[in-house]
Design a protein around this ligand. Structure first.
Ligand code: 3HC
Ligand code: NAI
Length: 709
């Protein structure tokens, strides 16, 4: 079956790309062959004076090279060839000798943007689905079809590095400002404007683009000395952000540099060389696995497929307009555009919550992600009060009141009285079993957990927690709603701490044990940041709030006994009125809301003196194995449905280093036997809390794994 159809309007060939049987257009090996044959035809047909390339898919122009093909690559040489062939195809478009116009609607990513960059004119729709970007580094590779060469030449080296090194995408209006596209139009006229532009270019010749910017741009982008400064700055920034764990951004920087300093041929050679090396490397393999895990979760509703249909949520109610309630409200309004009503105990708290929710929208307005009219329309969807007025119309109610079982039960009873019988009730509790909250519910089939992470608008994960009694309809409704809020959703079983806090607990507790032994805070945090976490565990305790961490620790202790017995460090800190960032004093000092170094007065409080010469490797081993062991135990108890969910949850919920693939993937890499051996050693030195999970021991005996080898 053919992927391209060509129609001719006047003397313009309109080539429609529509990869059969796939939801998005991808540049597969077969597509490349067909497209190259088509290019020869377009070149040789003298009746054709210009070409428009457009997509037949509803929401994607081209989503890039086929990532699935990467997984089949076994050697560096094969991967290099794949990149080289992509470069060749794209170059043939550039040198066609007839103007080619890219008419872009929807995702224009990776190889898709590289192809568009080789076209002679680019028109994009102003639709929010239209995104242009080179996300390759997020897959551990670099743009390998000329993107490292053409993008800096088109929009300047600094703007290009901004996009390439972070793998970020831009909407059409920003792309226009950058000079990445030539025109932005409504979807309805994309095709006709593109045909007209192609006809025009056939007559007048290719467009001449004025270089943008002032003196600074000229100095930095167009002089060798200026560019050297840019490369140096970019390198430093990359190292700071990736801690040298991710080779792709630096490799992309090098491919850009070589191209600009030594010419496009040298740049392309460096580009396909580096692509080949990276595509078969371990980091890329891990990131590609995460891409497919995340993608498959987009279709997983957590129920037997077809067993229920999601309810439409027209009105959302939120009880508790504190930190989490307001975050959920702002994010729901922003992403789902749903009518949202907040309730709290008194009006001044409601006011504070509304203000915090609106702040999320204002932030978008400031960053020009929302227009003023959109902002006005969205803020009008938010309302609040100190009573249940309006809750009779709510389809979904999420509670985010204090973490107290009795209070949550009372709130549930009040909601059951105020709302409709079919209203779904979700608790955002972080530790209390949902079945305990639902114990006295009149309609337990409508009760479940929706555990968001803070800050809600930024954290990408949502845990949905059904009980044995929750109906499939309630589950699928919560999952779909979370997804519309922009979250990656995992459905987890109703155990204390669910998944993310369950595996986080022993890790944070181990950090507290280390503190009690006088291991310096800097050493603990820099060790784990160097290991790949966004922040170390002590800084994380400060962020979470020591009171919250203590409460969670107690719940876990009660549920799991001695193994999770909390270290005493948190109690001592709390006795001294240190709550962490929220009250400006924790393990760290805070000045004007900014973290300002370790507070050394903490050590006397903890009754220790910071020890010298503590072994960073041992610190790392204790912290990492505390988490891995708990992950193995929780997985065996059925907290998660599969290893995929566990790894995605750890990466998106805690910032577990993506290049390590997640705790379960890491156990596979280590091998259960080695993990058990390491845990036994730790158990001898530090006690029973390190006893290897029975399931892990069993796995080591049988040579089992979490993922197929
Ligand atoms: N390769 C292979 N499969 C892809 C793909 C790609 N580039 N892009 C999307 N898909 C698949 C998904 O796996 C999914 O497959 P499934 O239906 O069998 O599960 C299907 O297309 C639909 O994708 P989503 O469910 O993710 O649909 P959304 O509408 O939510 O998102 C998207 C669409 C924004 C295009 C998103 O899929 C995406 O970000 N894709 C990846 C884009 C990317 O990273 N491109 C760069 C590729 S690398 C490259 O081009 C190298 C070059 O420089 C040589
Ligand atoms: P918060 O203290 O900021 O907000 C709680 C709000 O609930 C307050 O505004 C309070 O006035 C209100 N409230 C108390 N009783 C009420 C009642 N009867 N009716 C209406 N409102 C009432 O607390 P936060 O941090 O927002 O936490 C809320 C819930 O979210 C807790 O269950 C917590 O465990 C959970 N959670 C918290 C996370 C965090 O990082 N803070 C992360 C994930 C979940």
């Amino acid at each position: 079956m053919s992927s391209f159809t060509t129609t001719t309007e006047d003397s313009v060939a309109v080539v429609t790309f529509d990869l059969p049987g796939e939801p998005v257009n991808k540049l597969t090996a077969a597509v490349r062959l067909e497209f190259e044959a088509l290019l020869i035809h377009l070149r040789d047909d003298s009746a054709i004076k210009a070409v428009v390339l457009i997509s037949g898919k509803p929401d994607s122009f081209i989503a890039g090279a086929d990532i699935e093909e990467f997984t089949a690559l076994t050697t560096q040489a094969e991967a290099e060839r794949l990149s080289f062939e992509g470069q060749e195809m794209v170059s043939r478009v550039e040198t066609l000798a007839k103007p080619v116009v890219a008419a872009i609607h929807g995702a224009c990513l990776g190889g898709g943007l590289e192809l568009a960059l080789a076209c002679h004119y680019r028109i994009a729709t102003d639709h929010p689905k239209t995104q242009l970007g080179l996300p390759e580094v997020q897959l551990g590779i670099i743009p390998g079809a000329g993107g490292c060469q053409r993008l800096p030449r088109l929009i300047g080296v600094r703007a290009a590095l901004d996009m390439i090194l972070a793998g970020k995408s831009e909407r059409a209006l920003k792309a226009l400002r950058l000079g990445l596209v030539d025109e932005v139009v409504p979807h309805s006229i994309l095709r006709s404007v593109a045909v007209a532009a192609a006809g025009r270019l056939a007559q007048t010749g290719l467009p001449r683009r004025k270089s943008k910017g002032g003196l600074q741009d000229t100095l930095l982008d167009r002089t060798a000395a200026g560019r050297r400064m840019v490369y140096r700055g970019a390198r430093q920034q990359v190292l700071k952000k990736t801690g040298n764990h991710y080779p792709a951004p630096l490799a992309a920087l090098e491919a850009v540099r070589v191209g600009l300093e030594h010419g496009i041929a040298a740049g392309l050679a460096e580009e396909h060389r580096a692509f080949g090396e990276l595509a078969v490397g371990d980091v890329s393999r891990k990131l590609v696995q995460i891409f497919f895990a995340t993608t498959s979760l987009k279709k997983d509703d957590g129920i037997v497929p077809g067993s229920a249909v999601p309810r439409q949520i027209r009105r959302l109610g939120i009880i508790g307009s504190g930190f989490m309630g307001s975050g959920i409200a702002g994010t729901a309004v922003l992403n789902v555009e749903v009518d949202t009503r907040l309730k709290d105990a008194d009006l001044s708290r409601v006011g504070k919550g509304l203000k915090a929710a609106i702040e999320i929208l204002s932030e978008r307005l400031k960053r020009r992600r929302l227009t003023r009219p959109q902002y006005e329309r969205l803020t009008a969807l938010l309302s609040g009060g100190d009573s249940y007025a309006g809750f009779g119309r709510a389809d979904l109610v999420i509670e985010a009141v204090f973490e107290e079982l009795d209070l949550k039960r009372r709130v549930l009873a009040e909601v059951e009285a105020a709302a409709r019988p079919d209203t779904i009730f979700a608790s955002n509790t972080s530790t209390i079993p949902i079945r305990d909250i639902a114990a006295s519910a009149e309609r337990p089939e409508r009760v479940l957990g929706m555990h968001f992470f803070s800050p809600v608008e930024k954290m990408p994960l949502l845990e949905v927690i059904p009980t044995e009694l929750t109906s499939p309809e309630a589950i699928v409704t919560a999952v779909r709603f979370g997804r519309r809020m922009g979250k990656t959703v995992i459905v987890v079983d109703d155990h204390p701490g669910f998944w993310v806090n369950r595996i986080l607990s022993p890790y944070l507790n181990e950090a507290a044990f280390l503190l009690e032994e006088g291991v310096p805070i800097e050493l603990i945090d820099t060790t784990m940041a160097a290991w790949g976490f966004p922040v170390g565990p002590v800084a994380l305790l400060d962020e979470v709030g020591l009171d919250v961490a203590q409460k969670a620790g107690r719940v876990m202790h009660e549920a799991f006994g001695e193994r999770m017995k909390p270290a005493g460090a948190l109690s001592r800190m709390l006795a001294a009125n240190r709550f962490g960032r929220k009250n400006g004093v924790g393990f760290y000092r805070y000045e004007d809301g900014h973290k300002a170094g370790v507070d050394s007065s903490v050590y006397p409080l903890l009754g220790v003196r910071p020890v010298e010469g503590a072994d960073a490797r041992l610190v790392e081993r204790r912290l990492v194995y505390a988490m891995l062991n708990e992950a193995a135990g929780a997985c065996a108890e059925g907290v998660i449905r599969c290893a995929r969910d566990g790894d995605v949850g750890a990466i998106y919920g805690i910032g577990f280093p993506p290049f390590r693939g997640g705790p379960l993937r890491m156990l596979d890499d280590l091998g259960a036997a080695r993990a058990v051996e390491a845990l036994h050693l730790l158990q001898d030195q530090h006690g029973e809390r390190f006893r290897p999970a029975a399931a892990l021991v069993e796995m080591s005996r049988q040579g089992g794994r979490y993922y197929p080898a």
